[in-house]
Design a protein. Structure first.
Length: 230
């Protein structure tokens, strides 16, 4: 599981981020989010606003984004809530980065399904390219974090890189993804094998005609179950 700690709240951090405010691109989105909630309920906007703030920081720094403490305090003020409440939210969810990360934040699932399907090989592919768990590469491109289940167990092993999943990985395919990102080349997202989302690898095993068209199986079901309710 990823270790969770805030970047030290030192004067340099305050100097860089103490005046954080929405820029012209993100201000309309922030206003739209806040408008969803009535007065007295603005605290409900804390999660989407933390995400929005992280994305703005990411664009300013050329990274996937993170949340310095002054930025979290800014979001808390936007939501009319005590700063500690926003800090609690940010520290609970691993979708929020509490320390600086690279341009590509690799979140490696090491939970049981991924572990049984080869997450150690995926980790080895990262490490062989100098990407170490818990660290950012010297060039600032990659950060590797091990996290709990990311919800793609049928396509294990998998990683999430920034906003996208990469699934059905092997050491070779994970290496290919990393190499392509490092070169700025296009990368295939989702399953890295011939599979549609989380469908069976060799195609449908049941209701096969549905893969061809919107086939109506109801007459067959009705005939098969005729008289069974008597």
């Amino acid at each position: 599981m990823a270790e969770r700690h805030f970047a030290p709240d030192v004067p340099e951090l305050r100097e860089r981020w103490g005046a954080f405010a929405w820029d012209a691109k993100h201000a309309p989105r922030a206003a739209e989010i806040l408008a969803r909630y009535p007065e007295g309920r603005k605290a409900s906007a804390v999660m989407p606003l933390l995400d929005l703030a992280q994305r703005q920081v990411g664009e300013e720094t050329g990274t996937q984004g993170w949340l310095p403490i002054p930025v979290i305090e800014f979001v808390a003020a936007e939501c009319a809530m005590p700063p500690m409440r926003a800090l609690e939210v940010a520290s609970f969810y691993t979708m929020y980065n509490l320390v600086p990360v690279g341009r590509y934040h690799i979140q490696l699932c090491g939970t049981t399904p991924c572990m049984l399907r080869g997450s150690d090989d995926v980790l080895a592919a990262c490490e062989s390219r100098g990407i170490k768990k818990g660290y950012t590469t010297p060039d600032g491109l990659f950060t590797l974090t091990e996290v709990e289940c990311l919800g793609a167990c049928a396509n294990a092993p998998m990683v999430q890189i920034n906003d996208d999943n990469y699934e059905d990985l092997t050491a070779d395919s994970m290496g290919a993804v990393i190499d392509a990102l490092a070169k700025g080349e296009p990368v295939k997202k989702g399953p890295q094998i011939d599979r549609q989302t989380s469908c069976p690898e060799d195609g449908p095993t049941s209701l096969k005609k549905m893969a061809e068209r919107n086939y109506d199986y109801r007459p067959q079901w009705n005939a098969a179950h005729a008289g069974t309710d008597a």
